[in-house]
Design a protein around this ligand. Structure first.
Ligand code: AMP
Length: 282
């Protein structure tokens, strides 16, 4: 497995692989990898000749009072996970490699970036889209793999790819969960044992919402209130949002018909966690 830290090195291998007619699958991550990331890497390895994983805690997508400095890091363990799951090259750039002094170009995707995490994390998707644009230009992947755990991010990236004519196929991969239902996240590391138990209120609340929809409830307000109430039964939880939206454009939905995304963001103590489900009338 190749470890590259500069754009130039990555371009060297990409050129060589393309010249040999090989396809490239790309998995962008912020590291501290878990089974959710590993599942993306395995999908990429199954569907492409070469797999590139980027590990980069992108400062541009963090707000001033967010957890950039404390974000968990374990590069050695990440390398092992990458290697075991079929990675050919890890791109481990330093901050300055992607944002040298004087950097002043940004990518913004209006529409799906508004609402949900876009409202409570201003500038977050601008940071995501700018760094993913850079990665797409450096890696030139045939396929890029994103988790449905970050459903709004997936919608934003799909829109950006279409609007800006990137020649890359965006693949959305299922949410990987702990056996008890908690969605895997690098940020779960912040939770102490009591908070870890409390964090189950996200998946329990969402399950409650899904049960109502499957029983025929179609008013989004009723679903949202039920999820809210279920989450707030947990004393350590503070709801950031509970929303029912269109999964493509992230517009709010009043009456459930066709496909929906039901998404939540919840603080457990100081840790902000997100989770969601998508549902479509059979
Ligand atoms: P991150 O390192 O948190 O930026 O995540 C990198 C990629 O892994 C993103 O596309 C995430 O959606 C995806 N991912 C994170 N957690 C999970 C999970 N539990 N299941 C599936 N994909 C995930």
């Amino acid at each position: 497995m190749i470890i590259a830290t500069t754009t130039e090195e990555v371009r060297h291998y990409v050129r060589e692989w393309k010249e040999n007619g090989l396809t490239i699958g790309f998995v962008p991550t912020m590291g501290y990898l878990h089974e959710g990331h590993a599942s993306l890497i395995r999908n990429a390895a199954e569907e492409n000749d070469k797999v590139i994983v980027s590990i980069y805690v992108n400062p541009m997508q963090f707000g001033p009072s967010e957890d950039l400095d404390s974000y968990p890091r374990d590069p050695e363990r990440d390398q092992t996970i990458c290697e075991r799951n079929g990675t050919h090259l890890i791109f481990f750039p330093k901050v300055k490699e992607l944002y040298p002094s004087g950097f002043s170009s940004f990518v913004e995707v209006d529409g799906p970036s508004d609402g949900l995490c876009g409202s409570t994390r201003p500038g977050h998707f601008r940071g995501v889209c700018t760094v993913i644009t850079k990665f797409f230009n450096i890696v030139q992947p045939d396929n890029a793999y994103f988790g449905k755990k970050d459903a709004q991010q997936l919608a934003v990236i799909r829109k950006m790819t279409k609007d800006l004519c990137f020649q890359v196929n965006i693949v959305g991969c299922p949410i990987v969960r702990e056996p008890d239902g908690l969605a895997l996240s690098s940020r779960n590391k912040y939770l102490n044992p009591t908070e870890r138990k409390a964090a189950l209120c996200l998946s329990k609340g969402l399950n409650e919402g899904l049960r109502l929809i499957e029983n025929g409830v179609r008013k989004a307000e009723i679903i949202k209130s039920a999820i809210h109430a279920r989450i707030e039964q947990e004393p350590l939880a503070r709801v950031d949002y509970v929303e029912v939206v269109d999964p493509d454009n992230i517009n709010s939905i009043g009456n459930i018909e066709g496909a929906i995304l039901c998404a939540v963001a919840v603080y457990i103590g100081n840790t902000r966690l997100i989770d969601n489900f998508t549902w479509e009338e059979a």
